[in-house]
Design a protein around this ligand. Sequence first.
Ligand SMILES: *Cc1c(COP(=O)(O)O)cnc(C)c1O
Length: 244
Amino acid sequence: MKEDILHNLKIINDRIRKSCEKSGRDPKEVRLLLATKTVSAAHIKTALENGQTLIAENKVQELKEKYEELKSTPHENHFIGHLQTNKIKDILKYEVVCVQSLDRLDLAEKLHQKLSAEGKTIDVLIQVNTSAEESKFGVHPDEALELTRKVSEFSTLKIKGLMTIGLFSAETEKVRPCFKILKKLQQQIISQNIPNVEMKELSMGMSGDLETAIEEGSTIVRVGTAVFGARVYPDSYYWNEEGV
Ligand SMILES: *Cc1c(COP(=O)(O)O)cnc(C)c1O
C-alpha cells in the first residue's frame, strides 16, 4: 500500500504539472489537497511523510478519529464536507484552518460566534453548487455574491475564495461549464471590491477532472481515489442529506 500511495502521488503530481504547462500556468499556483475520507491515519501519514502537506475530511467524526495519530506530523487541515452547526466546536478543537464548504448564512453566524468567543479567526471558501444537482450542497451561483457580502461582515471569517464539486460525469467536457461558472463568479466578486474578501483561491477539480479544472483556473485540486484507491461508500454518503 505504501508503494501504491507513493506511485500514485507521483502520477498525480505529473498530471498537475502537465496541465499547468498546457495552460501556461506555474505549477506552484496549484496545490494538491488530499481528500482523506475513509482513508486510515496510517495511510494519510505515509502521504504526509512523503511531501504532502494539505489534507481534508468530509466528516467531523473522521477528523476526530484520526487527529491523535496525525497530530505530530506537520500538515494543514481543511474541511470539505457538509458542516452541521453543532459540530463547529470540533472544527476548532481539531485545528481545521479552512472550511471550504461554507454555504449558508446561519453556519457563518454560528462559526463567528464561536470564533469570537475564543478570540480566533478561520479561513473559509464559499461553496457554490455549479452543477444544479439538488443532491449537492452549495449556494446557488446567483446567490453567491450576496452570501459573500454577508459573510464578509463577520470579522473572524477570512474569505479566501470559492469551492465547487463539478458535475459528476465521466465526460470532462460536461464538467467544464461548472468550473467556468466558478471562475466567472470569482471575477464578478473581485470586481465588487468587498472589504475583508480575498478571492485568490478556486478549489475545484478531483481525481477524474483535475486537468480540466486547472485549465479553467483551479488553485486547489482535491484528490482522493487517484491516490488512495476506490472507496467502499458511495459519494452520496458524503455529499447529500442521506449521509448527514
Ligand atoms: C471525496 C471528495 C473529493 C475527492 O474525490 P475523488 O474523486 O476521490 O478524487 C473532492 N472533493 C470533495 C468535496 C470530496 O468529498
